[in-house]
Design a protein around this ligand. Structure first.
Ligand code: GLN
Length: 446
C-alpha cells in the first residue's frame, strides 16, 4: 500500500521500484505463515525486502535499469535471491538503479530518475538509488544493493541509511548482472547496523557457482555488536579531509570523532598517498571490464533486438545503439579503447599497477589502526539534473569510496547527522573480513 501511495512516478512519486511483485509477495507471505506456524522459521522469515534490479529473479523482469533488458524475464534466481528466499524473506519488487549500475545519481536509468525522500527535488545517489529511496521512505524495511565504486555507500549516505559493501568474495556474484567483475560486490542497505548484520548473515557465504566467491567462515555478525570500543585504533587518512570536502560535512565528521572518543576509541593519522589516483585508475579498469562484460548484449542472445537488420553487423550495431543509454555507451567506448592493442600497456596495465599501490597503502595503514574513518561522499544530495551532463563531476562523487573496491576491502556508510536538512554519511573501512568489526563500531556509534 505504501508503494502504491508514494512510489508512482506518474503521480509525482519516488519511482524507487521498476517492478512491484504483489502476487509473488503474497504467495511468499503465505508460505512464511506456514513456516512460522511449523516452528521451523528463520529469524527473518516473513519480513519484506526490496531487491535491486541487478539480481536475476526467476519469472520476474530483470532489467538492470536498461532498455536492453526491458523485456528480459530471468529463467533463474541469483544466489542472493535464492538465499533471501530460503530465509523466508518476502520480495516486494525490484528497485530502480543507474543503467547497468553506472552512475552516482540514479539518473542514467531507462526508467527515469528516483527522488530522494528527504528532499524530492534532489537525487538519492546511485547506482543503488532505488533501494536507498525505498528504505528511506519506509516502502521496505531493507533492500539489497551492489557496490562497484560506491553504489551502496554513497546512496546510503545521501538517504540516511546504513549501507555495507563487504570484502570482495564474501557474497556470491552468481546471477548478479556483471558491470566490473573484479570490483562488483553485493551488500545490505538498512535502517541500522543491526539490520545490516541480519541481512548480511543471509547473503554471505561461499558459493561454488561463483569462482571469485571465497570459502571463508561466516561469523555470527550480531554476536559482537555490543563489544566495547575501548582501545580501538581508528585511522584518519589525511587525504580524506582536504580540498573538495564540504565544510559542513567536515564539521559533522569532527563531531562523530568526538563521540567515538567518548566510547573509548583512539585516533591516529594515517597516510594513503596514492588515494588521489583511485578515481583515474577506476575509470580505466571499470570501463575495461564493462566493455568485455557487456559484449554479451548483442541482440542475439539477450534483450533488445533492432527491427529488420540488414546483416549481422547491422544487427549488433543498431541493437546496442538502441538498447544502451549514453553513459553505458561512453564506458564501452572508453573500455574498448583502453584494452586495444597499443594502448593496453599505457592504460589498463598502468591502472592495474596503481591498483596494487592503493592496496599496499591500505595494508600499511592497517598496521597502525584497526579501522579507517572518513566521509562517504564529498557533498550532500544534489539537485536532480545538476550533474547529469557533467560526467567528471559525477565521477568525483566516489572519490572516498572507490579505493576500497580497488583494494577489495569492506566499507560501510552510516548516518552522521544532517546538514541543512540533508543526511550526511560517515564511512568506515576495515581490513579484509572485518565486516563484524565495522558493524560493531557502527552499532555502538548509532
Ligand atoms: N559511481 C560509480 C560508477 O558510476 C560506481 C558505481 C557502482 O558502484 N556501481 O561507476
Amino acid at each position: 500500500d505504501r508503494i502504491a501511495r508514494f512510489d508512482n512516478a506518474a503521480d509525482g512519486g519516488l519511482n524507487s521500484f521498476i517492478t512491484v511483485t504483489p502476487e509473488l509477495a503474497l504467495a511468499q507471505a503465505a508460505a512464511a505463515d506456514t513456516r512460522l506456524a511449523s516452528g521451523a522459521a528463520h529469524a527473518l522469515t516473513g519480513l519484506p525486502l526490496a531487491q535491486k534490479d541487478i539480481f536475476c529473479s526467476q519469472g520476474v523482469r530483470t532489467s538492470c535499469g536498461s532498455k536492453m533488458l526491458d523485456s528480459f524475464i530471468s529463467p533463474y534466481n541469483a544466489e542472493v535471491i535464492t538465499r533471501c528466499n530460503d530465509a523466508g524473506l518476502i520480495m516486494l519488487g525490484k528497485t530502480n538503479m543507474d543503467e547497468f549500475a553506472m552512475g552516482s545519481s540514479n539518473e542514467t536509468s531507462f526508467y527515469g530518475a528516483v527522488k530522494n525522500p528527504w528532499d524530492t527535488s534532489r537525487v538519492p545517489g546511485g547506482s543503488s538509488g532505488g533501494s536507498a529511496a525505498a528504505v528511506a521512505a519506509r516502502l521496505a524495511p531493507a533492500a539489497t544493493g551492489t557496490d562497484t565504486g560506491g553504489s551502496i555507500r554513497q546512496p546510503a549516505a545521501l538517504c540516511n541509511l546504513t549501507g555495507l559493501k563487504p570484502s570482495y568474495g564474501r557474497i556470491s556474484r552468481w546471477g548478479m548482472i556483471a558491470f566490473a567483475s573484479s570490483l562488483d560486490q553485493a551488500g545490505p542497505m538498512t535502517q541500522s547496523a543491526e539490520d545490516a548484520a541480519l541481512l548480511l548473515q543471509v547473503m554471505a557465504g561461499h558459493d561454488a557457482k561463483d569462482s571469485t566467491s571465497i570459502d571463508h567462515p561466516v561469523p555470527d555478525y550480531r554476536a559482537g555488536l555490543n563489544d566495547s570500543l575501548s582501545g580501538l585504533r581508528i585511522g584518519l587518512p589525511k587525504q580524506f579531509f582536504g580540498e573538495g570536502l564540504s565544510s559542513e560535512i567536515a564539521t559533522l565528521i569532527d563531531a562523530s570523532i568526538a563521540e567515538l572518543k567518548k566510547l573509548g576509541a583512539e585516533f591516529v593519522e594515517v597516510d594513503l598517498p596514492n588515494s588521489g589516483l583511485s578515481v583515474p585508475a577506476y575509470y580505466v579498469i571499470a570501463p575495461a571490464e564493462c566493455s568485455s562484460n557487456l559484449s554479451r548484449f548483442d541482440g542475439v542472445r539477450f534483450g533488445h533486438r533492432c527491427e529488420n537488420p540488414s546483416d549481422l553487423e547491422d544487427l549488433y550495431k543498431r541493437s546496442r545503439a538502441e538498447g544502451f543509454g549514453e553513459e553505458v555507451r561512453r564506458r564501452v567506448m572508453i573500455g574498448t579503447y583502453a584494452l586495444s592493442a597499443g594502448y593496453y600497456d599505457a592504460y589498463y596495465l598502468q591502472a592495474q599497477r596503481v591498483r596494487r599501490l592503493i592496496k599496499q597503502d591500505f595494508d600499511q595503514a592497517f598496521t597502525q589502526c584497526d579501522v579507517i574513518l572518513g566521509p562517504t561522499a564529498p557533498e550532500t544530495a544534489f539537485a536532480l539534473g545538476a550533474k547529469k551532463t557533467d560526467p567528471v563531476s559525477m565521477y568525483l562523487q566516489d572519490i572516498y569510496t572507490i579505493a576500497t573496491n580497488l583494494a577489495g576491502l569492506p566499507g560501510m556508510s552510516i548516518p552522521a547527522g544532517f546538514s541543512d536538512g540533508l543526511p550526511v554519511g560517515l564511512q568506515l573501512i576495515g581490513p579484509y573480513w572485518s565486516e563484524a568489526k565495522l558493524l560493531n563500531v557502527a552499532h555502538r556509534y548509532q
